[in-house]
Design a protein around this ligand. Structure first.
Ligand SMILES: [Zn+2]
Ligand SMILES: [Zn+2]
Length: 121
C-alpha cells in the first residue's frame, strides 16, 4: 500500500522496504549525505558531469560501498528537478517516491538541481 502523500519518505524506510524502488530492483541501500558542505561538493561534481569522481567521493565521505554509491547516483533526481525516470514532478524531501512511476528520487543538492535552475552549463 502506498504511503499517504503527506508523509515524507525517509532513507531508512526506503532501504528497509522491498523493493526499495518500484522502477528497478536495487540491491544496495541508498546513501544519505547529511553534511551541507559535503552535499554542495558532491552536487557540484554531478553538475560537472564527473560521475566517477562523484561515486568515489561519496564512498569516501559516507563510507558506503561501491554498489551503494551506484544505487544512490542512479536515483538522483534529474537536473531539471523532475523524476529521473519519467520526468514528473516529485514531492519535496531528500528522498521521495515519484507519484507517477514510483521511482525513488534522491536530492543531494537542494541548491543545485532542485532549487535554483541554471540554464548555463
Ligand atoms: Zn530505482
Ligand atoms: Zn517518475
Amino acid at each position: 500500500m502506498p504511503p499517504p502523500p503527506s508523509k515524507r519518505l525517509t532513507f531508512q524506510e526506503a532501504n528497509e522496504r522491498r523493493p526499495r524502488c518500484r522502477e528497478c530492483v536495487c540491491l544496495a541501500d541508498f546513501v544519505f549525505v547529511q553534511d551541507e558542505t559535503d552535499r554542495k561538493r558532491l552536487g557540484a561534481l554531478i553538475e560537472q558531469g564527473r560521475t566517477m569522481t562523484f561515486m568515489d567521493q561519496l564512498q569516501r565521505t559516507t563510507g558506503c560501498s561501491i554498489p551503494e554509491s551506484k544505487a544512490t547516483y542512479t536515483h538522483l533526481i534529474g537536473r531539471d528537478g523532475l523524476c529521473h525516470w519519467c520526468h514528473s514532478k516529485v514531492p519535496d524531501g531528500d528522498i521521495a517516491d515519484c507519484p507517477k512511476c514510483g521511482a525513488v528520487n534522491i536530492r543531494i543538492f537542494e541548491s543545485g538541481f532542485a532549487g535554483n535552475q541554471r540554464s548555463a552549463m
